[in-house]
Design a protein around this ligand. Structure first.
Ligand SMILES: CC(C)(COP(=O)(O)OP(=O)(O)OC[C@H]1O[C@@H](n2cnc3c(N)ncnc32)[C@H](O)[C@@H]1OP(=O)(O)O)[C@@H](O)C(=O)NCCC(=O)NCCS
Length: 154
């Protein structure tokens, strides 16, 4: 992975337009409504990170982590990478940094059973299936709930 070509930095409300574009590109009809994106960029305590192309500053990836301190679990609520920049380690870098900043013993996320690429990424990063939400997605697909014990994250 050539990490000199991109950086992982905090995202802010100023990124709303770029995030809408990226989400639409990545999730199509399942993209979050704009209010949810505003929430992801502004609600307190959330971890929100973007990957930027170091050459032009363009947002090429995004991740949001929501810490549930009562349950001691951090939820990755969305992660996406611009199709033109995939398979270069950006999704992995976003995930690793979000886990680190959530600073909770367990990290969880949900993923469509049919999303084989994302599932492969998560399994490689140590996530294991702990639950299934039947027909969770609009398509009728099940959501797999994955969990990682993050106590070992440096
Ligand atoms: C899932 C996603 C974030 C991965 O981003 P990425 O930057 O391409 O991921 P990485 O380059 O870090 O991939 C790391 C490893 O995960 C696996 N992987 C990632 N995408 C894959 C794919 N489409 N097919 C198979 N394996 C894949 C590979 O093992 C890859 O390593 P390799 O490229 O050396 O083979 C990106 O494909 C995406 O935005 N998809 C659309 C949105 C989405 O589905 N988000 C997840 C919702 S739960």
């Amino acid at each position: 992975m050539d990490t000199s070509r991109f950086s992982i930095v905090p995202a802010t409300w100023r990124d709303l337009t770029a995030l809408r574009r990226l989400e639409n590109e990545c999730f199509r009809e399942d993209a979050w409504p704009v209010l949810d994106l505003i929430g992801a960029l502004t609600l307190p305590n959330m971890v929100r990170l973007k990957a930027i192309n170091n050459e032009n500053g363009e947002m090429i990836g995004f991740i949001c982590g929501d810490p549930d301190t009562r349950q001691q679990v951090g939820w990755i609520t969305t992660v996406c990478v611009d199709p033109a920049y995939r398979r270069q380690g950006i999704g992995t870098a976003l995930l690793d940094e979000c886990e680190r900043q959530l600073r909770l013993p367990r990290i969880r996320l949900s993923v469509a059973r049919s999303n084989h690429g994302a599932l492969r990424l998560y399994e490689q990063r140590g996530y294991r299936k702990v639950d299934v939400w039947r027909q969770y997605y609009r398509s009728g697909d099940d959501a797999l709930v994955l969990e990682k014990n993050s106590l070992t994250i440096p």
